[in-house]
Design a protein around this ligand. Sequence first.
Ligand SMILES: Cc1cc2nc3c(=O)[nH]c(=O)nc-3n(C[C@H](O)[C@H](O)[C@H](O)COP(=O)(O)OP(=O)(O)OC[C@H]3O[C@@H](n4cnc5c(N)ncnc54)[C@H](O)[C@@H]3O)c2cc1C
Ligand code: SF4
Length: 330
Amino acid sequence: MKGFELYEPTTVKQAVDTLTKLGPKAKVLAGGSDLVAGVMKDWVEGAGMPLPSALVDITTIPQLRGIKVDKTGATIGANTTLTEVVESKALNEQFSLVVQAAHSVASPLIRNFATLGGNLNQRPRCWFLRGKEFNCYKKGGDFCFSVGGDNRYHAVIGGELCYIVHPSDTATALLALNAQAKIAGPAGERLVPFDNYFIGPREDVLRENVLKPNELIVEVFIPTPAPGTKQTWMKLKNRQVYDFALVSVAAAFTVENDTWKDGRIVLGGVSPVPYRATVIENQIKGKNIKSGIKQAAAVIRTVARPMSMNAYKVDIAQNMVERTILQALG
Ligand SMILES: Cc1cc2nc3c(=O)[nH]c(=O)nc-3n(C[C@H](O)[C@H](O)[C@H](O)COP(=O)(O)OP(=O)(O)OC[C@H]3O[C@@H](n4cnc5c(N)ncnc54)[C@H](O)[C@@H]3O)c2cc1C
Ligand code: SF4
């Protein structure tokens, strides 16, 4: 374990001021399941990934925890644990997609202290990134080891320079629910829809989202879905015990006379950012779902660019989209 200074602000302003004063050497700390257990223990340094010397613990800010639901939607504080999301009756009633996704994360023990904000902002799991010997693009190096190496779990869509897959299950579900993040920084607060929150390697290979070093998510807002919206989640893992998604599918959509009216299909485990499959949505819109979804799901092949060892993910993604949508129809 590496040593670090610990700061414990009690307000968002104090947290932002501390992050601003300390600069990029400081990191936000929530439940610590990724940052402390995974990263500070065996931090893999690189020019683009310096070892943080200070952690700003935001779990000491009471305002960041809790769930509120009203007519407009659900507001979930960034420090709300995944267990609290899973056990919320109000979320289960109207926002079951995020509940199912949160329930599929890790194990009960981890969900008890892992927070929603931490789950959305966790670093990717690429084994080259987390291995000391590989100074890849994401650490500020000049090579991607997944291209010629073992890339069975890497991206099949949207990879360029770097082929990580975004690790967060709740991110996939929140994008399907058209949610947004409230971000606090030195200039105050701003709202960023998850459509624009995640950053792929093409934009900046050193980051995964729009947050600046002195910003944090304070809460997530999910608008109330249209009446009758079908919400469904499916995740395929390598093992039955806790594991990250090989492929996951989050769908939220409305149906009229058996046809697809409106909605979103988002895939996890296939791309450096949660991937909104607009190619499939456009194909199924206005069509009979039962007779059209097989053909629509196959359109994923037009955007997929598998690597040497992961073409199997494209087959899985196609079949899972079809299965997930049919399951939602019951
Ligand atoms: C064995 C194991 C299995 C796992 N399986 C899964 C899985 O199946 N699916 C899945 O989605 N995840 C999985 N995870 C990841 C786990 O869910 C995350 O580690 C956890 O959700 C992170 O939450 P935390 O509160 O502990 O975050 P921390 O470890 O405290 O922080 C994680 C990152 O987020 C940043 N951060 C935290 N809160 C905020 C905020 N409010 N604003 C801005 N930045 C913030 C931190 O700076 C840090 O970079 C697994 C982890 C383990 C150890
Ligand atoms: S996929 Fe990204 S994180 Fe993994 S080795 Fe390549 S550049 Fe590094």
